[in-house]
Design a protein. Structure first.
Length: 285
């Protein structure tokens, strides 16, 4: 979800950005998809039998999970369209406020929200979708991966509804999938800062293995790497000298004589060797 082919420098950082003064909308086309497989793709590639359930009132967030390789549920024209049998309309949501026990416990929070606001409407549609998903969740032999993304208004009442909905979902999930695992992530959308600089200048700084305290009469602080280098050099030097001495102390003439001469022990020495003429005579060892 956090990397993209275009631009490769910073990946997907928001809903949209500009590259060479051309607008790019995240997950709108293949070049703005993630440059790596998403978690959904990795799981599905490992097990083709895995059922993928992805939903968000914002199609862009849904595509962030699936990248259009799998169907996803989203809101279109005030209707939460679903390929998993969970579709409902805004009128169904308003009716659920009056009939469902889950929503009755949040009556005061709903009254504090402006249901006519499009952002608030999308949020409440997402909460109703999660409630319906939890109510219809049933364990199956095939593995199922649920992915729900939501935008929560910065409103205390909305946040209380969100926490209550997540708690309801977790209880139902644990009841149906006791061995299943879940993860909830809260994060804020980063702010993109425009930068007209096209080149990044990095000042050169030589590697230093010591540092002096300015204005202090104390010892020079040595980098630990300098001690490590000195220690290893000393170790290898001592090892080499030890091996050299040991090799000469344990040398056997019978087996190591070929290192110094081609003469074989027990053969007659040629009188002409060494320029000594006939003085050596017939010498054998």
């Amino acid at each position: 979800m956090t990397t993209s082919r275009n631009p490769v420098e910073h990946g997907v950082v928001g809903k949209s950005w500009e590259v060479n003064q051309s607008p790019i909308e995240a997950y709108s086309e293949p070049k703005s998809f993630s440059s790596r497989n998403t978690f959904v793709e990795v799981v599905h590639n490992q097990n083709k039998r895995t059922k993928i359930v992805t939903a968000s009132s914002n199609p862009q967030l849904a595509r962030a999970f699936n990248q259009e390789k799998h169907a996803f549920d989203t809101v279109i024209d005030h209707e939460f369209q679903s390929s998993n049998g969970l579709q409902f309309t805004k009128e169904d949501l308003l009716a659920a406020f009056e009939t469902e026990e889950f929503w009755k416990q949040f009556a005061s929070q709903i009254a504090a929200l402006d249901a006519s606001d499009s952002f608030m409407e999308s949020f409440l549609m997402e909460m109703e979708y999660i409630r319906r998903l939890a109510s219809n969740m049933q364990a199956s032999e095939e593995p199922v991966l649920f992915n729900i993304a939501t935008n929560t208004p910065s409103n205390s009442a909305a946040q209380e509804i969100l926490l209550g909905t997540i708690s309801h979902m977790q209880k139902q999930f644990k009841a149906q999938y006791p061995e299943g695992s879940s993860q909830i992530v809260f994060f804020k959308e980063p702010t993109v800062i425009s930068n007209s600089e096209t080149k990044l200048s990095v000042p050169y700084q030589a590697v230093e293995f010591s540092e002096a305290n300015d204005g202090l009469n104390g010892p020079v602080l040595q980098d630990p790497r300098s001690y490590q280098i000195a220690t290893w050099l000393t170790f290898f030097a001592v090892f080499f000298v030890y091996y050299f001495i040991y090799d000469f102390m344990t040398m056997d003439y019978d087996t190591d004589a070929t290192l110094f001469t081609k003469w074989k022990r027990g053969t007659k020495i040629d009188a002409r060797m060494g320029g000594m003429g006939d003085m050596m005579g017939d010498v054998r060892f």
